[in-house]
Ligand binder design. Structure first.
Ligand SMILES: *Cc1c(COP(=O)(O)O)cnc(C)c1O
Length: 427
């Protein structure tokens, strides 16, 4: 595969942008090689600067659930752009997108739009602290909630002790207020609340973990979490930035029938433009400025182009049969990949929920970050490059999900499975 244009662009980028990228995962740090610079996308396909064509399972890390350049989204954004791109005043698009969100997700009565998933989680935590008057927060090892300071924290040495920053530059006091527990461990959660009664403002969780690879909640786990937080008076925040509108219109909370206090959205809700959102019941959201004392704002929040893309996307997703189709395609991909690996000695586990899946190079099961870490990451890296040669573009890490879109076809899945088989020869 010829990649001279991408190589030249990366060389120029590295002189100007840290590591040549505006988000670290794009640098292919864990698989090696020169990241591809993408020039266009259509449906399930993307093309790089050397005009190589790929079936895309990154889908912008989740937002492109309709595929690239969906005609409804393109025309909605173009029509909005012709009327001006930002006014810093309220617009009808914000009302319309809010209606679509509130109508889709029953636990959200009131919603505030922001510009990214990071802003959504940062704001939801501030709101939880404002509402409860408590300062500690609790998150899970391998859970990713954007790059807010309080959340760039991993587990310390003992159970339910202060967290340790995963980034330089995090205020130690802030990290000390973040408790980090293993995911899918109800007993650890019970113990943490027993150790810090009445001190934890909120538990923030990806109800279907998507950033340690896809790891679904064990049966009863989210229900126990709801029960424990409610008993203590802590808020339960579902970070549905990936799972929202991905596993159904009502997200993971609809799938598992759990009502969180607050929900964070991002990715799909903006249809490929920068949008995040946080929302919940009226009594909690009444704390948000200008109604209440919790300040949060944004010059470009509710941007007309972004709202137009979100509206067009959510309206498409309300068409009947969409989620059945995503489930069918996901199941087909899982079955094909399982068969390909079954013919080899390579240990492999697939975790899948609908159109989200991860291939772990380990015998499994994968239930938490420790299990996800146990895989053979080097073998994955070789497979990644083999897939690329076969025209398949997946995330450059086995701690990430594959995203199937409604633009993917059965033929795309078949082509992917045969490329996966060929790529296993390089593993
Ligand atoms: C992507 C992601 C975020 C952060 O969203 P950004 O728009 O990248 O800031 C937060 N939470 C989860 C679960 C995510 O996957």
């Amino acid at each position: 595969m010829k990649t001279t244009h991408s190589q030249e662009l990366f060389r120029r980028a590295k002189e100007l942008i840290p590591g040549g990228v505006n988000s670290p995962a794009r640098s292919w740090g864990s698989v090696g090689g020169n990241p591809l610079f993408i020039t266009r996308g259509a449906g399930s396909r993307i093309w790089d600067a050397d005009d190589n064509e790929f079936i895309d399972y990154v889908c912008s890390w989740g937002p492109m659930i309709l595929g690239h350049a969906h005609p409804d989204v393109v025309s909605a954004v173009s029509a909005a752009a012709e009327k001006g791109t930002s006014y810093g005043a309220p617009t009808e698009g914000e009302v319309r997108l809010a209606e679509l969100v509130v109508d889709s997700v029953p636990s959200i009565e009131i919603v505030r739009f922001v510009n990214s998933g990071t802003e959504a989680t940062m704001s939801a935590l501030r709101l939880a602290r404002a509402f409860t008057g408590r300062s500690k927060i609790l998150k899970f090892d391998g859970g990713y909630h954007g790059h807010g300071d309080a959340l760039l924290v991993k587990a310390g040495s003992g159970l339910a002790t202060a967290g340790v920053p995963t980034s330089a530059g995090i205020h130690a006091g802030l990290a000390a207020d973040t408790i980090v527990l293993p995911y899918n461990d109800t007993e650890a959660l019970e113990k943490a609340f027993a150790a810090h009664p009445g001190e934890i403002a909120a538990v923030i969780v990806e109800p279907i973990a998507g950033n340690m690879g896809v790891v679904p909640p064990q049966p009863g786990y989210l229900g126990a979490m709801r029960e424990i937080t409610e008993r203590d008076g802590a808020l339960l925040i579902f970070d549905e930035v990936i799972s929202g509108f991905r596993v159904g219109l009502d997200g993971a909370q609809g799938m598992f029938k759990i009502t969180p206090d607050l929900t964070c959205l991002g990715k799909i809700v903006g249809g490929g433009l920068p949008v995040g959102a946080y929302g919940g019941r009226e009594g909690v959201m009444a704390m948000v400025a200008p109604l209440g004392p919790m300040y949060q704002a944004g010059t470009l929040s509710g941007n007309p182009l972004a709202m137009a893309a979100g509206i067009a996307t959510l309206e498409q997703l309300r068409e009947p049969g969409i989620y059945d189709r995503l489930e069918r395609l996901g199941a087909l991909l899982e079955a094909g990949l399982t068969e390909v690996f079954a013919d080899t000695e390579v240990p492999m586990t697939i975790n899948r929920v609908g159109s989200l899946l991860t291939v772990f190079f380990s015998p499994g099961p994968v239930r938490d970050m420790a299990d996800a870490s146990a895989g053979d990451h080097e073998a994955f890296g070789r497979w990644f490059h083999g897939l690329l040669e076969g025209g398949i573009y997946i995330a450059p890490s086995d701690y990430e999900a594959w995203f199937v879109s409604i633009a993917h076809t059965e033929a795309d899945i078949e082509q992917t499975v045969s490329a996966a088989k060929a790529a296993l020869e390089s593993v």
